[in-house]
Design a protein. Structure first.
Lengths: 88, 362
């Protein structure tokens, strides 16, 4: 099992929990499992194409990852809104 | 008392009051909600009192929220179900552009990018995609305008839920007479000056409709602001004729029609597509009382010098009718203007809001 870590507002949509143990071979597998287990968060991280939304970053054990990044048991996946300079 | 529901780049604002000539004292801001979020469109359904806010988070995508309670209380807002495209395709929902009350009880419609129509039959709590329009065979050839492939105008037919017209930039007008099961184009007579004349085909050409409104008192009459051109249809959107002569510019976005008088309509011209501000730096609404044969400026009380404002397509609204028609519009400058006498005189309803995306009134 890997751990998906989310912050506000996703945490509030996921029962108030910030850490979620999930099974999956890739980051997208985990995020799909997260949204499936927490229906109120469905569509907040992944769009209808199954892609991570453009301004959301994922970090696997502290390193920048992507949807197809492989994950193993014990890995930590942080889901963090991007620091998107340019929004006013 | 009139309530204005104002969607802005940085949240939703509710205002209450009455327009007062040349003054901001006629209205006061009663609520700010969705703080910091871009509220692309907001509406209170007058039938149920339910308040809707379409929010496109730059992080989490477009969502529709609603409340039956205190809009200032974050916990009173709920996310509507079903506002999503079919999963597994090659497109994602980009933005919600408009919400409109339907003619049947508890029915609402919602237009969004990419050229998609949603419908709700439970007062807006849950939604489903209109399959007839979604599965249009020509969809693969639709092209977006500058704001995306936005379905921005929804015109119901008073008393008849089976008849509906929608407009998509830049996929033109679409008409249905069977409640949305099947659709056909309604573009005859439109002239896109941005294309070579030889390439114009009303069945296939990318037609950049900016806004469409239907007359409530004569439903076969419709008015359109096009990307260069103001048009009128007297056959329920089947064909269109230009009525923009007499305006300082026939480029613009929003448009309103007096529900009582099918000859009375209002537009807010901008200079041109390459210069989207008020002509001559003067804020003026233009009115026709003869179906577009002639136009008159209505600017008493509006800024008349160095006011280079931009009014977006959903930022012009009305309530009431006839001589008591109230008109309101907001600008990207954050100013909201109002008239309580069908445009004869104007005052400021609010100043220094964030850029205004939408205004609705009830």
């Amino acid at each position: 099992m890997a751990v998906v870590c989310v912050r506000a507002p996703l945490r509030a949509l996921a029962g108030g929990r910030g850490e979620h143990e999930l099974e999956g071979a890739t980051v997208v597998d985990l995020l799909r499992g997260f949204e499936s287990a927490n229906p109120d968060a469905a569509g907040w991280i992944l769009d209808e194409r199954g892609r991570i939304r453009r301004h959301i970053n994922v970090f696997v054990n502290g390193e920048r990852g992507a949807g197809d990044t492989a994950v193993s048991a014990g890995d930590r996946v942080d889901v963090i809104p991007a620091i998107t300079g340019g929004f006013s | 008392m009139t309530e204005l529901v104002v969607g802005t780049k940085k949240g939703l604002f509710l205002l209450e009051g009455q327009p007062r000539e040349g003054s901001t004292e006629g209205f006061e801001i009663t609520t700010r909600a969705c703080a910091g979020q871009p509220v692309d469109y907001a509406l209170r359904d007058p039938r149920s009192g339910r308040l809707f806010a379409a929010v496109t988070s730059p992080f989490y995508g477009p969502k529709l929220f609603y409340t039956d309670g205190d809009p200032a209380a974050e916990s009173d807002w709920e996310q509507a179900d079903g506002v999503t495209l079919p999963e597994g395709g090659d497109q994602a929902l980009e933005r919600i552009w408009v919400i409109a009350a339907g003619e049947a009880p508890d029915t609402l419609y919602m237009g969004a990018d990419p050229g998609v129509l949603f419908e709700s039959h439970d007062g807006g709590a849950s939604w489903e995609i209109n399959a007839g329009l979604w599965n249009q065979p020509s969809r693969r050839d639709w092209r977006p305008g500058g704001g995306g492939l936005c379905l921005h105008s929804i015109s119901t037919w008073p008393g008849d839920p089976s008849r509906l017209a929608v407009a998509i930039s830049a996929a033109g007008m679409w008409l249905t007479e069977d409640g949305g099961a099947s659709w056909r184009r309604g573009n005859r007579g439109l002239t896109p000056r941005y294309l070579p004349e030889a390439d114009i085909d009303p069945e296939t050409t990318a037609l950049c409709v900016h806004h469409v409104e239907r007359s409530r008192s004569r439903p076969e009459r419709m008015f359109m602001q096009f990307h260069g051109g103001v048009y009128r249809s007297d056959d329920a959107g089947e064909s269109w004729g230009e009525i923009g002569a007499g305006l300082p510019s026939d480029f613009g976005f929003p448009l309103k029609v007096d529900p009582l008088d099918p000859d009375s309509a209002y537009v807010i011209p901008l200079v041109a597509d390459m210069d989207r501000v008020m002509p001559d730096g003067r804020v003026r609404v233009y009115e026709t009382r003869d179906g577009g044969s002639s136009w008159s400026p209505r600017g008493d009380g509006l800024p008349a010098k160095h006011a280079y404002l931009t009014v977006l397509r959903q930022a012009f609204t009305s309530t009431g009718q006839g001589e008591a028609l109230q008109l309101y519009f907001g600008a990207t400058s954050g100013d909201v203007f109002g008239s309580g006498d069908a445009g004869a005189s104007w005052g400021m309803a609010a100043t220094r809001l964030p850029p205004v995306f939408s205004v609705s009134a009830s």
